[in-house]
Design a protein around this ligand. Structure first.
Ligand code: HEM
Length: 400
């Protein structure tokens, strides 16, 4: 049996968090599975193996956590993200109820109205931060309302969520400074976000109602709230910001989208493929397992590198090219299989509505400056300073 290639690359330096793509290419070249010696993790950097692992939860289990640090994995055992069927199936059916595709009808009018309002205001101004002023708006104005936490919780959601994501990496400095913030968040979901204080028609209240109806053990409610709060904001904010940055860099693709709005769903997939906001989760092997002729022992923690798989040249020809006509609906930015992102319909709705409203008004985005977000579980831009041109400004600039 061939030996497993070993690499001592560090995926958690600020440089690697900003631009991991050269490292990913190196790992893909090394083989279908690579031992990351620094963190005693086996990484799957290629598309086919990541996808196969996602579709085989019996072998690639989430029940022992999907993060890097053993303490964090032990602490979050039992949330939806970190469980296997049949427990996972029961939790997900409750958690996913307000996020089902057919429930998006309820939130569409608010999302459309807020998208129209924010796009009109920012485009009117001509220059804005596409991360903090545009991309944050819908998730903060709409989604934090849908979760329904009391005011203090709403104001803190972004800070708490970012800390939770930071604790998904190894126990480095970012992890350590996030720990007290996560502790505050856990206190809050256990003692403050309780019936009587949360919005009675929100997602948080829905969990407590399901517990009262016997669908969930009541002691699960605080932990399940993490499944709503942690992934519902930054992921989408980064995805929207990444898409704007890509369209600023590739104006020909923006022209295509403006000329044919049916390309919007494909543009969403292509931007998620190319700039994947959640670059990895992990699994633990429940039995000895062979990957492409390489044997891994039961109990190994295996990192599924979604960000690398989405740029695998074995699967996507010319993977570095942003091409909204590519139609890569099989990308892995939302995962696949049992744990495929339960919020993806909401994320797509938010992204699609914003792109549509922007396409009504903006003829060009120009990036003035950008700042990367350095976080152990997420990747993208914390700031994206852009100037936009509209058809009117373009006409005015043209010689008479
Ligand atoms: C563009 C935005 C988003 C991205 C890129 C994203 C990414 C992901 C990924 C990769 C997974 C798979 C986890 C795994 O493989 O173990 C996942 C699961 C999940 N996502 Fe999202 N997500 C996004 C938006 C959202 C939103 C808006 C919500 C709303 C609440 C959400 C809630 C969840 C939950 C609860 C899970 C766990 C599902 C399960 O374990 O069955 N996500 N997401």
């Amino acid at each position: 049996m061939p030996a497993i290639p070993v690499s001592d690359v560090d995926l958690y330096t600020p440089e690697a968090r900003t631009d991991p793509y050269a490292i990913y290419a190196e790992l893909r070249d090394l083989g279908p599975v690579v031992h990351l010696a620094r963190y005693d993790l086996y990484a799957l950097p290629r598309y086919q193996e990541v996808r196969a692992a996602l579709m085989d939860w019996r072998t690639f289990s989430s029940a022992r956590g999907v993060f890097v640090d053993p303490g964090m994995n032990a602490q979050l055992e039992g949330i939806t993200l970190c469980s296997d069927p049949p427990e996972h199936t029961a939790l997900r059916s409750v958690l996913g109820r307000p996020l089902r595709q057919d429930r998006m009808r309820d939130v569409t009018p608010t999302i459309e109205a807020e998208a129209e309002r924010i796009v009109a205001e920012l485009v009117g101004r001509g220059r804005f931060d596409a991360a903090t002023e545009l991309a944050e708006h819908l998730p903060l104005a709409v989604v934090s309302d849908l979760v329904g936490l009391p005011d203090r919780g709403r104001a803190k959601m972004l800070e708490w969520a970012a800390a939770m994501w930071d604790m998904q990496g190894p126990a480095d400095e970012r992890f350590t400074s996030a720990a007290p913030v996560v502790e505050e968040f856990m206190e809050y979901v256990t003692h403050d976000a309780v019936p009587g204080r949360i919005r009675p028609d929100g997602w948080a209240a829905h969990l407590h109602r399901a517990a009262a109806d016997g669908e969930l053990p009541p002691e699960k409610c605080p932990a399940l709230m993490l499944d709503y709060v942690t992934p519902s904001l930054d992921t989408t904010i980064l995805a929207i910001t990444n898409a704007i940055a890509l369209f600023a860099a590739h104006p020909d693709q923006w022209d295509l989208l403006r000329a044919d709005r049916s390309l919007i769903p494909h543009a969403i997939n292509e931007s998620l493929r190319l700039e994947t906001p959640v670059p990895q989760f992990s699994r633990v092997l429940t039995e000895d397992h062979e990957i492409d002729g390489v044997g891994l022992p039961a109990g190994s923690r295996v990192a599924l590198l979604y960000g690398s798989a989405n740029r695998d040249e074995r699967h996507y020809p010319g993977p570095e090219t942003f091409d909204i006509t590519r139609r890569p609906s099989d990308h892995l930015a939302f995962g696949r299989g049992e744990h495929v992102c339960v919020g993806m319909h909401l994320a797509r709705l938010e992204m699609g509505t914003l792109l549509d409203r922007l396409a009504d008004r903006v003829s060009r985005f120009e990036t003035l400056a950008s700042t990367p977000m350095i976080n152990n579980g997420l990747r993208g831009l914390a700031h994206l300073d852009v100037v936009v041109r509209t058809d009117e400004t373009a006409d005015a600039a043209r010689p008479a």
